[in-house]
Design a protein around this ligand. Structure first.
Ligand code: 3HC
Length: 293
């Protein structure tokens, strides 16, 4: 019999984690939103509030519905509160050791039937899984940014993931209104494996002053009909996240396409991480704002 998901945990409330919290809450699933300390928790709350306020101000959501949605979310800094969650999704930064540590800790907290999922963009799910005592219940559940908007989830099945685990996650993704695809454990899965070479190429064209940021973005928006140009998209993804993804993919595949353009690392070091900091290839009205100034 398939699992009922009535309470789930999301660990890590950055851009992706906060979006994933919203996705579950929008579907009337109780969510435990976990961060490492009070400061990070406040930042995560801010992401959720900003997203709901935008939906209300655009007339897409009634204030009552936003309040109901918020009522499904409980914030905590204690992983142990995940004990009664049927699923926990980790969405912490792309560092293998950190993800391994969090999943192995959760393994000792949640019930024996619970599923542990990683939202990793490019790290090996198998390695994260084998850090736990029960790797059969570990699966990749990879959302796309902005998670409340984009209707796609990659379900990553390792050689050891139990069939009922990935089937239940696939069914859950459908319940969340997403199109799930099941994919094997290889760097970048499907979408990032195709996307990041293109994004990196755009950065190297910008870095070599081949074209301006506006012209690069205009080419792909107006010439190819993409919703955003590559540099604006990198600002949305976050340059720190993009760097980690490219670096992992490059180390795994040694494809020059994925060797991170040097300017990405320099911008990360300088704090120019994109929308989340208010500065990236473009400058924004405020942290997490989409408005270019
Ligand atoms: N959070 C929540 N909702 C958001 C949002 C956000 N950050 N940004 C935009 N939205 C919502 C808006 O409220 C609006 O909702 P509505 O239609 O109900 O009013 C809707 O999205 C459309 O927004 P806008 O009208 O402001 O702007 P656009 O029509 O230009 O859409 C976009 C914005 C959805 C971001 C669109 O430009 C887009 O799809 N861009 C491409 C994004 C993409 O490629 N993402 C994948 C990145 S790769 C990834 O995530 C993998 C990971 O591993 C890194």
């Amino acid at each position: 019999m398939s699992r009922e998901f009535t309470k789930v945990g999301v660990v890590g409330l950055g851009t992706m984690g906060a979006g994933i919290v919203e996705v579950f809450a929008r579907n009337a699933i109780d969510v435990l939103a976990v961060e490492v300390d009070e400061r990070a928790l406040e930042r995560g709350k801010g992401f959720l509030t900003a997203s709901l306020d935008r939906a209300v101000s655009r007339g897409k959501m009634a204030q009552d519905d936003a309040d109901t949605l918020r009522g499904h979310v409980t914030f905590t800094t204690d992983l142990a509160d995940c004990a009664d969650c049927q699923l926990v999704v980790e969405a912490v930064p792309e560092h293998l050791d950190l993800k391994k540590r969090i999943l192995s800790t959760l393994d000792g907290i949640v019930g024996s039937d619970a599923i542990l999922a990683t939202n990793t963009s490019s790290l090996p799910v198998t390695e994260i899984a084998v850090a736990t005592a029960d790797p059969k219940r570990v699966v990749g559940m990879h959302f796309f940014n902005p998670a409340p908007v984009l209707q796609f989830v990659e379900v990553i099945k390792t050689v050891i993931t139990a069939d009922d685990v990935f089937e239940d996650i696939k069914a859950l993704a459908e319940r969340l209104g997403k199109k799930p695809v099941v994919v094997g454990d290889r760097a970048g899965f499907i979408a990032n494996a195709l996307l990041f070479g293109y994004l990196n190429h755009a950065v190297s064209m910008f870095e070599s002053k081949y074209a301006t940021r506006e012209d690069l973005d205009a080419a792909m928006r107006f010439g190819c009909g993409y919703p955003m140009g590559p540099l604006a998209l990198l600002d949305l993804i976050g340059l720190d996240t993009a760097y980690e993804i490219l670096d992992t993919m490059y180390k795994q595949g040694r494809d020059r396409l994925h060797a991170p353009s040097p300017i990405i690392k320099q911008m990360v070091s300088a704090g120019l991480t994109g929308r989340k900091s208010g500065h990236g290839f473009y400058t924004y009205a405020g942290p997490s704002s989409s408005q270019v100034v």
